[in-house]
Design a protein around this ligand. Structure first.
Ligand SMILES: C[S@@+](CC[C@H](N)C(=O)[O-])C[C@H]1O[C@@H](n2cnc3c(N)ncnc32)[C@H](O)[C@@H]1O
Length: 226
């Protein structure tokens, strides 16, 4: 039987030629299949947030947003967590300012990238990144909490943080404020706005059943936003 072709005898008169799949065809099929699997593995963690009940996509903070977070926390120290830490930019910037900073993120690629960046920027000892669903972990141990969320999740997150955090904690919301908490002050403007909340205030409001007030008690004096 030839290497180039295979003849099958299917009875007396019906002879069919079955051409062997060329090596090139196999390689192309393998490469194409492998690429599709790899593409799916990379893309799926970025696409699946859109399919969840609350869609929280990866939208990195702007440099101004990161600066505003650090500015409102300039008198603070200790532990910090970025909830949904994306590529780790807030965690890494906070670690450079002396915080022991952690990130919780659903997308494993972003967590691995964050760890690499923390290592390459020399702050791996003061950072940690966890592949976790923010709704399934407790943030009780953190004294500074940062969240760049979406409006649809903020009321649920208010309840979670109010029940978990110590009274000494501060919470910073980026771009979207919490719906019922009273901010201590704000910084930045437009999409770079951040709101700062004091846990003692929102925990006592929770206990007393107080609700909505959207204007801050103070505005950062170095800031033009009102
Ligand atoms: C708007 S981005 C903010 C990224 C980062 N904090 C920043 O400011 O640059 C929200 C991040 O939350 C992540 N995320 C979405 N749902 C999540 C969940 N249930 N638990 C943890 N992280 C989640 C997304 O993958 C995305 O990286």
């Amino acid at each position: 039987m030839s290497q180039e072709s295979l003849f099958l005898d299917s009875g007396q008169s019906d002879v069919k030629e079955v051409k062997p799949r060329g090596r090139l065809g196999l390689i192309v099929t393998g490469v194409l299949g492998g690429s599709l699997v790899a593409l799916y593995a990379v893309a799926a963690p970025f696409v699946t947030p859109a399919l969840r009940k609350v869609c929280l996509p990866f939208v990195p903070a702007t440099s101004a947003q990161v600066d505003n977070v650090l500015r409102v926390l300039r008198a603070r120290s200790g532990t910090l967590v970025d909830i949904g830490s994306g590529d780790g930019r807030i965690v890494i910037a906070a670690a450079k300012r002396g915080f022991q900073a952690s990130g919780f993120e659903l997308n494993p690629w972003l967590v691995w990238y964050s760890r690499y960046r923390a290592w390459s920027e020399g702050v791996h000892r003061s950072t940690s990144f966890h592949i976790s669903d923010l709704w399934k972990v407790s943030f009780a141990q953190y004294s500074n909490v940062v969240i760049f969320g979406v409006p649809q999740m903020m009321d649920q997150l208010e309840l979670k943080l109010a029940s978990e955090l110590e009274s000494t904690a501060k919470v910073v919301a980026c771009r979207f404020p919490f719906p019922t908490w009273v901010p201590e002050h704000t910084a930045g403007e437009g999409i770079d706005t951040v709101w700062v909340y004091d846990a003692k205030t929102f925990k006592s409001h929770l206990q007393h059943g107080m609700t909505r007030k959207t204007t801050p008690e103070h505005t950062d004096p170095s800031d033009t936003h009102t």
